[in-house]
Design a protein. Structure first.
Length: 202
């Protein structure tokens, strides 16, 4: 088992069979994916932006994936085609009974099912910590959204990345989404599992 560790003690583990991922597509600090427009001018002096990138990590995509949301007479009938050498190994679909998002997507701007990308990485944080999993900051041009969630990472946890897929064309036309190896796929932010007492004063 290969181990990737940094000084904050979050551990990312990967099996020996994935040497090419370990060598080329390691998880990276969030600051490595800071957008150029945040590095100069007024945004660079904004303390909110500066602190935003001091914490957290990004799991980059490790293979090229082409997604076609195929044309259909109705939104409910749309089908999908995944094109990648590794799609069968790393991709699946969320159980439709457990994750039926059809009633919740007003305007039908997303595909009706959730794509799951099974990362080869496992992660672990110290006891008492979880990780928040979400889309990397300010990736407005992405045609997919990571389903946000919180994972108990006090033990090794397989990283599964569920994606909402955005429709860019009417339902009777194809929509295409390309995710390339090296693209920032998912953000990971360790948080301590402690509750706060709220106090509201004036």
């Amino acid at each position: 088992m290969r181990l990737f560790k940094n000084d904050r003690k979050i551990q990312f583990n990967i099996a020996e069979e994935y040497d090419y991922i370990y060598d080329n597509y390691k998880p990276q600090p969030m600051s490595k994916f800071k957008h150029p427009w945040l590095r100069s001018g007024p945004p660079a002096r904004c303390p909110g932006f500066a602190d935003l990138y001091k914490h957290g990590y990004v799991i980059p995509m490790w293979f090229d994936l082409k997604i076609e949301l195929e044309p259909a007479p109705t939104w409910e009938e749309k089908q999908v085609m995944l094109t990648a050498n590794m799609a069968q190994k790393f991709c699946s679909w969320h159980d439709i009974q457990a994750a039926n998002i059809m009633p919740h997507l007003a305007g039908h701007n997303f595909f009706h099912s959730i794509l799951k990308i099974h990362s080869p990485w496992e992660l672990k944080t110290p006891k008492g910590y979880s990780v928040l999993q979400f889309s990397p900051w300010f990736n407005f041009d992405n045609l997919y959204e990571v389903t946000p969630g919180q994972l108990n990472s006090s033990y090794h946890h397989n990283v599964v990345i569920p994606l909402f897929l955005r429709l860019t064309k009417p339902v009777d036309q194809s929509s295409f989404i390309n995710i390339r190896a090296g693209d920032p796929l998912c953000a990971i932010l360790p948080v301590e599992r402690k509750s706060f007492d709220i106090e509201i004063t004036k």
